[in-house]
Design a protein around this ligand. Sequence first.
Ligand SMILES: NC(=O)c1ccc[n+]([C@@H]2O[C@H](COP(=O)([O-])OP(=O)(O)OC[C@H]3O[C@@H](n4cnc5c(N)ncnc54)[C@H](OP(=O)(O)O)[C@@H]3O)[C@@H](O)[C@H]2O)c1
Length: 193
Amino acid sequence: MIAGGSAGLGLVIARTFLSADYHIVIVGRDPGRLNLAAEQLRSSGGSGVTVLCGDMSERDQADGIAGKIADQLGRLDVLVNCIGASDRGLVEKLTAEQIHRLVQQNVIATLHCSQASLPLLIQSGGTVVNIGSLAGKVTARYLGGYNVAKHALTGLTGQMRMLLAVGHAFPGLGDWLLLKFTSSPDPPSPRKH
Ligand SMILES: NC(=O)c1ccc[n+]([C@@H]2O[C@H](COP(=O)([O-])OP(=O)(O)OC[C@H]3O[C@@H](n4cnc5c(N)ncnc54)[C@H](OP(=O)(O)O)[C@@H]3O)[C@@H](O)[C@H]2O)c1
């Protein structure tokens, strides 16, 4: 499952998993954008594409998506949390509403997708990949509320790694785990179409 798989980096990640023979599920809010992305993915040669629509900043909708994956596909091996939004601006103009919106997109959506998917991931011994940013590791000028939100995501990811590993789910920071994933001698078994 690629949360945020209908555009940008998420779509690239979706294509990569598809070409590695995974059945992929792409998730986003806009059905038109999702269907267009699915068409592009299928035309590049993969048929195992499922489209699920929902706003992952709402916990009940994340639960609904996980429920559909359980019903339709029966298992979940990898969750890629790629929902996020960037920002630009000066600290003196940063508003609470701006931070709230960015935290919803960059942190809460990841929290909801992970919590909703956890039972399936524990069952499969699966993997969570949270897509972070350099803005979650170092601070930079003019990034508006993006530094705040991505640092919060780094904190959440660290907690997930420490607390959930015992349940056989292994969350990590995006770039690091993606590398481990593609070069691992023992990756999770791909689901065939
Ligand atoms: N682009 C970069 O240069 C860059 C650099 C470092 C890190 N990142 C990180 O990579 C991630 C993806 O960035 P991007 O630039 O590729 O983003 P993007 O092009 O804006 O794509 C965001 C994706 O998330 C979906 N989405 C957004 N909010 C959602 C919600 N509440 N519920 C469900 N789906 C939602 C969007 O579809 P809908 O709008 O239809 O919902 C879309 O599929 C972000 O976390 C970003 O911080 C990006």
